[in-house]
Design a protein around this ligand. Structure first.
Ligand SMILES: NCCCC[C@H](NC(=O)[C@@H](N)CCCCN)C(=O)O
Length: 471
């Protein structure tokens, strides 16, 4: 009886998987919104007379890049991490969901109710994903939509770090990597669903319909997160009322600014941060340009060229939980990361070669899907082995922050290189593929250094995550 009273809510597999399902669904709905406009770029850029909004490519680039603006330039991601460690997962998660709802509402207002006519322009520095620095005239509608997307971006990344902390809270000592793998897989499903559904929805109804769907989704995400908050209250009450755990847990969860210094002095933290920066800076921007590469280099018909890169998010749905399971049961987290970086770099290198068969491109994309699963399934669950729980929010936020800088700068660089290597409308992607390959090689080196450091510092990256029998 005593033993039963001392059991925590997360000792029950049903309860912890329910908690995971709730927060992962909230995040998945956010991932849908993050990509809902990508596949309707052509419709946004159609002239108003043809039913489009008449945006220019630069305006779309400005809008696409705006998701990271407040996070990077106003340090909102970093501030979000501090809020998370100070205020906890309930407050921060709700705040994140509210920001997502507010951001998408502004976005919807701009697309549905503001005039698409190019009558009102605002002069602004353009820092779009494929545009580069400079000044351009931006329509007010674009500006408002971008403002909404930037507000959404703050909530989206804040939700990401909160969900990560929730998973560590419930799954430490259990199937943490599998849980994180399933969360990432659901997130990829959100991405894939947006890529597949937005265009047909916009064509069938109106351009604002995918945004309206996104608004409904993030509102649902908010409601679902409120349900999680009740579970979280129960978890915390149980921990506080357990005399055996109170002393350690309450002290454990208090965050002091000194903890930030400890995190910043940790070389393992920096290696993981640099690895995250390099890996995502090679993979995500490559994905952004992949459709164009399929058309220009592999001669794929534009009508289905987007389907080849979409293999990537869908293949990760299967592979990420699978590799997570391997990490939970067998360990070898650092080795999985090395494998992920090597496969990614090798595939990108083959894309650099003068091979133009679309079958080869499809096979490469499937293999890349494996790399896209290997590293996230091992890297994210490794963070709590390096940073203690109380500083985890700040830790994840710094990692995400530095990752976001790469996600802004690398597409800008590649966009410029592509522009410089365009002759008669034909782009030579070889120089930009070399950029991705070089970043990949650097990622391989950093992942090997992480393994060596783990051997020296004993973070436990090669150890299995499941420590006790499930009940
Ligand atoms: N438990 C952490 C899971 C993180 C998953 C990871 N997300 C990010 O890195 C975010 N900063 C969002 C980046 C979105 C870029 N388009 C992921 O692999 O998506």
């Amino acid at each position: 009886m005593t033993e039963r009273l001392e059991r925590r809510i997360n000792d029950s597999a049903t309860m912890r998987w329910t908690a995971l399902a709730i927060v992962a669904v909230t995040m998945m709905l956010g991932y849908f919104v993050a990509k809902e406009m990508s596949s309707i770029e052509d419709l946004l850029e159609l002239p108003v007379s043809q039913g489009g909004l008449g945006w220019t490519s630069s305006e779309y680039g400005f809008f696409a890049g705006s998701r990271s603006f407040f996070n990077v330039f106003c340090f909102m991601l970093f501030i979000g991490g501090i809020i998370l460690d100070k205020m906890g997962v309930r407050f921060t998660g709700l705040l994140a969901c509210l920001l997502m709802v507010a951001g998408v509402s502004i976005n919807y207002y701009a697309i549905e109710f503001m005039s698409p006519e190019p009558t009102t322009y605002v002069n602004l520095p353009v820092i779009g994903s494929s545009v580069g620095l400079g000044h351009a005239w931006i329509k007010r509608q674009v500006l408002m939509a971008a403002f909404g997307f930037a507000v959404f971006g703050v909530g989206y990344e804040m939700c990401g770090i909160t969900v990560s902390k929730v998973m560590v809270k419930w799954f430490t000592g259990f199937e943490m990597a599998l849980a994180m793998g399933i969360q990432v897989a659901l997130a990829r499903f959100g991405t894939g669903a947006a890529l597949l559904c937005s265009h047909p929805l916009a064509q069938r109804y109106s351009i604002s319909t995918p945004v309206l769907c996104g608004l409904i989704f993030v509102s649902l995400g908010l409601l679902v997160y409120i349900v999680y908050c009740f579970m979280d209250v129960k978890f915390d009450r149980q921990v506080q009322s357990s005399p055996a755990r109170t002393a350690t847990t309450s002290e454990d969860e208090k965050f002091h600014f000194g903890d930030l210094v400890v995190t910043l002095k940790n070389p393992g933290f920096w290696l993981i941060t640099i690895l995250c920066l390099l890996y995502y800076s090679a993979l995500y921007p490559f994905l952004d340009f992949a459709t164009k590469i399929m058309i220009y280099k592999y001669g794929v018909d534009p009508s289905w060229a987007g389907a080849i890169p979409s293999i990537l998010p869908f293949s990760t749905i299967l592979f990420t939980p699978l590799f997570g399971m391997v990490y939970d049961k067998k360990g070898h987290g650092a080795t999985l990361m090395i494998l992920g970086t090597i496969i990614m770099t090798a595939v990108i290198f083959v894309f650099t070669l003068p091979i133009t068969s679309s079958t080869v491109a499809i096979v490469l994309m499937v293999v890349l899907g494996m790399a896209f699963s290997l590293l996230p399934s091992a890297m994210w669950p490794s963070v709590p082995k390096i940073i203690p729980m109380k500083g985890l929010g700040t830790g994840y936020s710094i990692i995400f922050y530095i990752q976001n800088i790469g996600l802004i700068l690398v597409p800008m660089l590649v966009g410029r290189v592509n522009q410089d290597h365009t002759v008669n409308g034909q782009v030579d992607f070889t120089p930009s593929m070399w950029i991705f390959t070089t970043i990949g090689i650097a990622a391989v080196v950093v992942s090997i250094l992480l393994l060596l450091l783990d051997k020296k510092r004993h973070y436990g990256l090669q150890e299995a995550n499941v420590k006790k029998e499930d009940s």
